[in-house]
Ligand binder design. Structure first.
Ligand code: UDP
Ligand code: MG
Length: 139
């Protein structure tokens, strides 16, 4: 396994609930280096574009509404095997299926309001990092 980068976002539910600090601590305790981080609020157009892969799914409109309801914290993370490792630390999409000790088990409300996003593959990690960060941010 090699050192790689992944993209993560703390979603509006967790930011509003004041859980960003605890989630960042869990990410750092799992050995991730935070390369870049900022708080932002997605516009409707940004949320639609970010989740365009899901545009035909029945949950798309609700997801876009949720992701624009308040600020999110976007970050670039680095670690050995970062993409798979972050997905482990996050837990399953539906918190009902998430393992004990995962971020979603602790902080998600339901399959939509699930506290955190993480890229699912090298190609999506690159696209998602580029969606939010410039070359200079990631040096
Ligand atoms: N989502 C939803 N309903 C579903 C599946 C997903 O509202 O039935 C939302 C949820 O917020 C999820 C996001 O859409 O995190 C993206 O879905 P994906 O299947 O990519 O899950 P993830 O990669 O975030 O685990
Ligand atoms: Mg996904």
């Amino acid at each position: 396994m090699s050192v790689e980068r992944t993209f993560s976002a703390i979603k509006p539910d967790a930011v509003a609930a004041g859980k960003a600090g605890e989630i960042l601590a869990m990410i750092q305790q799992a050995g991730f280096k935070i390369l870049a981080l900022r708080m932002t609020r997605l516009t409707d157009a940004q949320a639609r574009a970010f989740y365009a892969v899901h545009k035909e799914r029945p949950f798309y409109a609700g997801l876009v509404k949720f992701m624009t309801e308040g600020p999110i914290i976007v970050m670039a993370l680095e670690r050995e095997g970062a993409i798979v490792k972050l997905r482990e630390v996050m837990g399953a999409t539906n918190p009902a299926n998430a393992a004990e000790g995962t971020i979603r088990k602790r902080f998600a409300t339901d399959i939509e309001r699930n506290a955190i996003h993480g890229s699912d593959a090298p190609e999506t990690a690159e696209t998602e990092l580029r969606f939010f960060f410039s070359t200079a941010d990631l040096l």
